[in-house]
Design a binder for this molecule. Sequence first.
Ligand code: ATP
Length: 323
Amino acid sequence: MSRRIVSADIGGTHARFALATIDGGKVVALDEPVTLRTADHGSFQLAWEEFARLSAEPLPPALAISFAGPVGGELLKLTNNPWVIRPALIPEKLGVTDYIVVNDFGAVASAVAAFDGSAYTHLCGPDEPLPAEGMVTILGPGTGLGVAGLLLGTNGAQVIETEGGHVDFAPLDALEDRILAELRKSFRRVSVERILSGRGLMNLYEALASIEGRPATIHDEKELWTAAMAGSDSLAAAALDRFCLTLGAVAGDLALAQGAAAVAIGGGLGYRLKDHLPRSGFRDRFIAKGRFERRMDALPVKLITHPQPGLFGAAAAFARKFA
Ligand SMILES: Nc1ncnc2c1ncn2[C@@H]1O[C@H](COP(=O)(O)OP(=O)(O)OP(=O)(O)O)[C@@H](O)[C@H]1O
């Protein structure tokens, strides 16, 4: 029997909501989402009430939340946003009877388990579909860097939620040695998220400005991303080139560590970079793993082009649980 649910994807910058229809353990429809800026709303409950006001139909008492932070424990804190969620209070505060909360990249992994080939574009490696068996490494930059694993096998798909965005940054050439030295002036420990995130491009840009002895004239993150992608500012464009190199290197490292058979890149910024990444140094850095270069080159690397994998994936996880 089909059922309507609310799906919510809560990130550091955006909270997205959509109604979805599930049936037989699957998502059969995801309605047009509403995107709210988290900074414009004091709490998740206030954003939920705003979505209820905007919704064309009364909200059903079923909720799937994709959450950009660890999801165990009584109090959930977003890594890049001051909102907190107390799962035990969800029924009382939001008037829902059935709910789940999953990590945001766990949700993306659930989406990958459910997607067909039309949800991706090919990035590098063999141009073939994701394998039916084995590990798929999933990562994506947004406000933060999300990382998950999806283990596909004859017994179905198993999602492995991780905090892999917080592994250490490893420089690979002399310029990156200098970038790391610059970033260490601001951060006690330089994780890959300090580079592979919305704010990370600003960190790269400011580090390059300092190294080159040039003024950093752009101070707004969105403006920097726009200038970098348009190539209208040479320093911003150079920062984006470095961003793509690091994304390739980190995707390769995570694939090696997870024993991956394939890789899928997502995240709000992965999506925005879908035309840029194939023309960047991503692939060269992805395969540059010394004796494992041929093995890396044999991994299909896909870019998720579905516009809402978080919302779809949270709904898919709900559909599986309450099937
Ligand atoms: N045109 C743009 N509009 C909005 N944000 C942009 C744009 N270009 C780049 N960004 C950057 O993208 C980041 C937001 O990414 P995304 O849309 O994936 O948000 P999110 O889902 O809230 O993130 P996360 O799930 O990682 O917490 C911000 O750091 C922002 O600076």
